[in-house]
Each structure stands twice: as structure tokens, then as C-alpha cells.
Design a protein around this ligand. Structure first.
Ligand SMILES: [Zn+2]
Length: 299
């Protein structure tokens, strides 16, 4: 087996406002710098993996089967009941809708969000850039899953009532183009629900460069409520912003706390392996925010 070629890197200007990158670095991870834009305060990664190499980062079977930096499919399968619960909790934010309203889960992975949305009566559709993930989701939700991104415009215009982007927007290279694509896919009055790490969260501030959401090189954008609102303007009106977390098993939580500690983390990680991968679920704040926005009426 030959080792994969290393990813090619590109340095970039602020993806939100175009300001050249600052010389000051907030956190350094190998060749990658996390910086704060001097003009709009957007936090982003530069250099980043060249866009033409990104498909290789997510497209490989290894990403889901052996682990990528997100833990892989075996880990995903054991976490699925927790992911479904997390998804249902986040969707409770939406106003009541007619049964059969169409929902698109962008970055659907193997389909936990689709299961959750179906259980709530939505006509649930999925989209993912990973062939492996899309295949699994498609097997479970035949005819309802596409391989690609929103910019591929694989659905009809204004087809959806709700679009969910849970732990997705931090991976996106062009947030302004994303906002245009979101508006294009949504019906008038349609809503987008976004969950993403919040640089203003207490967890982000306290854990600094050990913040669990610095997943390098996959996460290229790190939003605050203000920069996220900026990214979604002018197509959307923000209706709700709150902190959010996720349901996790106690062993997972212990291991993540171990990762965030400057010392003594190895003891916690070892302890986490002694716990049975339990069914018990805890709701843990991960330093993320949940944002709901409504499509603005066309000008
Ligand atoms: Zn900027």
C-alpha cells in the first residue's frame, strides 16, 4: 500500500471580507495558522488544504471506516442514537410545520439526521461530499440522498422548507457563496438551522488552543454570532442564537475533557477506556452555537 501524497496548501485572504491575512497568529498547528481577520474579526485557517485536494480529505473510505480525525464510521455507528437525539433536540427550535415539509440535511453523513427528521414527520433529504457516507445514507433512505455540495444545485430551486447544516459550515471555503446557494434552495419563508463552534463561547476562551473544535485541517472557519450573521446576510434574517451542545456517552466526554487539559489528560483518557461504551447519555455543551435564520423576501 502506498502512502497518500501530502495535501497541497494554499494561503488565503479572509474568506468573509477579503482582507489579506494578518501576520499575528492566534494558534499554530504544524504548518497551519489560525488567525483573526483585522477587518471583520472572522477567525480562519491559513494556509489551508487546497480546495482541489479537499475531496481526497473527505472522499477516502478511510475517513469513515478507519477514522479521519472525526473518528470514523465504526465510531459513528455506536454514536448514532446520540446523534439522532441531538438532531431532534436542535430541530425542536423550528416552528411547527405541515407534515411532509421538506428538509435537507447538508453533510448528512450516514444518515442519523435523516432518521431524526423522518421521526418528526419531515420529508427528509440528504447531501454529502463523501461517497461512502452518501452510499450508506442512500441505502437507508432510497432516492433521498445526493452526492455533492449545494453549489452543484442537484435539487430544484426553492425545493426545501428547512435546510440543516450541523457541524458543516466550519468546513466551507466560501461562506458568501454558501449563503447564496442556501437561499436558492429554500422556499420563501424557508429556514436554515446552523450548528457550529462559537469562538465567543466560554469553552473556546478557557481552553485556548486546546479547544475541541480546532480540528485541523478540516475546520477552516471559526464563527462568532456576529460573523455568522454577516456570512448569512443579505439573504437571511437571524431569528435565534443560543449555545448548544450534543448528547455524548460518559466515556466520550471523559476522553474529550482529557484532550482539553494541559496536563493529567492521559489519566482521564485511560479512565475513559475503562468505562463501558455505555448507553447513558449526557448533554454536554461543546462550545457551539445554534442559529436559525429565515430567508429574506426577495428584493
Ligand atoms: Zn475579514
Amino acid at each position: 500500500m502506498t502512502a497518500a501524497a501530502p495535501f497541497r496548501l494554499e494561503s488565503c485572504a479572509c474568506p468573509l471580507c477579503g482582507e489579506p491575512p494578518p501576520t499575528k497568529t492566534r494558534a499554530q498547528f504544524g504548518p497551519y495558522r489560525v488567525v483573526d481577520c483585522r477587518s471583520c474579526s472572522m477567525r480562519y485557517l491559513t494556509p489551508r488544504v487546497q480546495e482541489s485536494d479537499v475531496a481526497r480529505l473527505y472522499g477516502s473510505e478511510d475517513y469513515w471506516e478507519k477514522g479521519g480525525s472525526e473518528g470514523g464510521y465504526s465510531s459513528y455507528a455506536s454514536m448514532e442514537p446520540l446523534l439522532v437525539r441531538t438532531f431532534v433536540r436542535r430541530l425542536s427550535l423550528l416552528p411547527p410545520r405541515a407534515r411532509g415539509a421538506r428538509l435537507l440535511d447538508v453533510g448528512c453523513g450516514p444518515g442519523a439526521g435523516l432518521n431524526a427528521a423522518c421521526s418528526l414527520g419531515y420529508d427528509a433529504w440528504g447531501l454529502d461530499v463523501s461517497e461512502t457516507a452518501a452510499k450508506v445514507a442512500s441505502f437507508r433512505h432510497p432516492g433521498r440522498v445526493r452526492l455533492g455540495t449545494l453549489s452543484d444545485r442537484l435539487f430544484s430551486r426553492s425545493f426545501f422548507d428547512v435546510i440543516t447544516l450541523f457541524d458543516v459550515i466550519e468546513h466551507v471555503y466560501d461562506p458568501r457563496a454558501l449563503a447564496v446557494d442556501l437561499a436558492w434552495h429554500l422556499a420563501p419563508e424557508g429556514r436554515v438551522v446552523v450548528a457550529t463552534p462559537n469562538v465567543k463561547s466560554l469553552l473556546a476562551r478557557v481552553t485556548g488552543r486546546r479547544w475541541v473544535s480546532y480540528k485541523i485541517p478540516e475546520h477552516v472557519l471559526y464563527f462568532s454570532p456576529r460573523t455568522l450573521a454577516e456570512a448569512l446576510a443579505p439573504g437571511f434574517e437571524i431569528e435565534h442564537v443560543s449555545s448548544c451542545g450534543q448528547y455524548v456517552s460518559p466515556d466520550f466526554l471523559l476522553s474529550r475533557i482529557g484532550d482539553a487539559l494541559p496536563f493529567g489528560g492521559s489519566i482521564l483518557r485511560a479512565a475513559s477506556r475503562l468505562l463501558p461504551p455505555g448507553r447513558a447519555a449526557l448533554y454536554a455543551n461543546s462550545g457551539s452555537m445554534l442559529v436559525m435564520a429565515r430567508r429574506s423576501p426577495a428584493p
